[in-house]
Design a protein around this ligand. Structure first.
Ligand SMILES: [Fe+2]
Ligand SMILES: [Fe+2]
Length: 252
């Protein structure tokens, strides 16, 4: 599972590193966060195609999913492999659940500092009731580490893995909970190292100084980081046996 892919630099980094990681670590399935893949804000048909072509099987998203309407049509496709958080209003395009014969992927967004949203805790039971006993992976796109840990512990033993996304900062708390759910607070990102969350530093600093709303742009070259975790799991059940970080750096 791969953290938020930021802009063209993130997409290029993914394209260079992922095929080698898949073969070296014998990865069967790749889930990646695509909400920042189009210029840092949203995802488009073009950026999703590039992400899939790099070896990703399912793309999850978060609060930036509504930034570019180009993707809405793809979200509506039958059994779409591009998800939007399930607990956004039903009237919005797409769904937050993908199921095939091998895995189920759920996408939810947090309720702390993420706008006014239906509690993911209230929705999870009805989502899980739609999924048979199989490997289940949940991308919980949330700001607060407490909310991410709380949902993971609440679901321990009932899903294979809960990974946090959204902060773009990789955390080292990856572990298997007592009943077999793999957890990490945040995957991190695929984006520029010398940046603020993958975006140009100066524009971000100016915002904090004086509220200057100059356009934020992703950093597209230089030192890039790739943050992810690999999860070993039982293909016939819903528990994981191992979760470890795969973090790399390259210069592009
Ligand atoms: Fe993000
Ligand atoms: Fe986000």
């Amino acid at each position: 599972m791969i953290g938020d892919i930021v802009g063209k630099g993130g997409r290029n980094t993914l394209n260079i590193l992922l095929p080698k990681i898949i073969s070296e670590h014998e990865i069967d399935y790749v889930i990646a966060q695509g909400e920042n893949s189009a210029g840092g804000f949203g995802i488009t048909k073009k950026t999703s195609r590039q992400i899939f072509n790099s070896g990703v099987n399912v793309i999850t998203s978060g609060n930036h999913i509504w930034d570019k309407s180009d993707i809405f049509e793809d979200l509506e496709k039958f059994n779409s492999k591009i998800l939007r958080p399930m607990n956004y209003p039903k009237e919005k395009p797409g769904t937050g659940l993908y199921v095939d014969e091998n895995i189920a992927v759920i996408n939810l967004i947090g309720s702390v500092w993420m706008g006014k949203i239906d509690s993911p805790f209230n929705q999870i039971e009805s989502i899980l009731s739609q999924i048979p006993s199989m490997p289940i992976f949940l991308d919980f796109h949330a700001e607060a580490t407490s909310e991410k840990a709380a949902l993971a512990w609440h679901l321990d033993g009932r899903i294979t893995a809960l990974v946090g996304t959204h902060t773009h900062v990789a955390t080292l708390d990856n572990k298997i909970l007592p009943n077999g759910t793999a957890f990490v607070s945040d995957l991190g990102m695929v984006g520029a190292k010398d940046s603020i969350l993958g975006m140009d530093k100066d524009a971000s600093i100016a915002r904090f100084f004086n509220g200057d709303k100059r356009r934020m742009k992703p950093v597209e070259e230089g030192k890039m980081i790739f943050n992810s975790v690999a999860i070993e799991y039982d293909k016939t059940a819903t528990n994981a046996s191992k979760i470890y970080r795969i973090d790399q750096e390259i210069h592009i």
